[in-house]
Design a protein. Structure first.
Length: 260
């Protein structure tokens, strides 16, 4: 039975047997997402544990998928799978407690330099502003990359915001009221503008990871660098996006206040 026919029968009957067949059909998605999120996660978490957490998200995706929203199931499922894994990791509290603080400090330093220089600073300039050697800064980017990767690159657009991602905004899909829709469109606009400020290589890294869904080993092969360096480049690109976002939001707020 083709998958399209399987879905049609499942929507019509909600037959548990058909549900199980759909889950088995899409199970490889879980391993793909787990492999991408597993980069840099401490060895106390087994890869198979990540797969197990992700299966919970896949089951939720099958149960909640609504084709009338015109979102491919694979796209919807990946967000649910990622969310289930991230929720489990948060409950395990495996991330170094200093990682979030360090990344926030790096982001603040980058943002200050970005606003002062009118461009994205180099790694050496950020390292110097932090009182670190370039080597120590690069090592920190690698060490703390999981804080960004496992959280889906959170973008805190306002001080009172929970950590969200553009994907989170687009993937839910229980109900979207008009105010939420407008907010989502504004989020997309700001993120797109922030990405446009990046050097071409940074934009390529983000596209390869998020659009092409390559692993860091594959991204490294495309760029001619090691997987470790690919992780560092990705982490730096995310920090640059967040810095640019902060500046764009400040500019929008200033314009709005001035207009008022």
């Amino acid at each position: 039975m083709k998958v399209g026919e399987l879905w049609a029968r499942f929507f019509a009957t909600r037959d548990p047997t058909l549900r199980e067949k759909l889950i088995l059909h899409y199970a490889p998605l879980v391993r793909q997402v787990a492999a991408r999120l597993g980069v840099g996660i401490p060895g106390v978490v087994d890869r198979e544990d990540l797969v197990g957490y992700g299966m919970v998200g896949l089951i939720q995706a099958v149960d909640r998928y609504d084709p009338t929203r015109q979102v491919k199931f694979e796209t919807f499922a990946r967000q649910r799978i990622k969310g289930a894994i991230v929720d489990a990791l948060r409950q395990l509290d495996i991330h170094p407690r200093g990682a979030a603080r360090r990344l926030r400090r790096f982001e603040e330093a980058h943002r200050a330099l970005y606003q002062r220089l009118g461009r994205h600073p180099t790694d050496a300039e950020v390292a110097e502003s932090l009182g670190l050697s370039p080597e120590a800064y690069q090592e920190a980017l690698l060490h703390d990359s999981t804080q960004l990767l496992s959280l889906g690159s959170p973008l805190q657009l306002r001080p009172d915001d929970e950590s969200i991602t553009v994907a989170d905004r687009l993937a839910d899909r229980d109900a979207i009221d008009p105010a939420e829709y407008v907010e989502e469109r504004e989020t997309i606009r700001l993120v797109a503008e922030a990405i446009r400020t990046l050097p071409e290589r940074d934009r390529l890294v983000l596209a390869l990871y998020h659009k092409e869904e390559l692993t860091f080993a594959e991204i490294g092969a495309v760029l001619g660098v090691s997987p470790t360096r690919a992780i560092q480049l990705y982490t730096r690109a995310i920090l640059r996006v967040r810095s640019a976002l902060g500046s764009l939001i400040d500019t929008d707020l200033t314009t709005a206040v001035g207009g008022y």
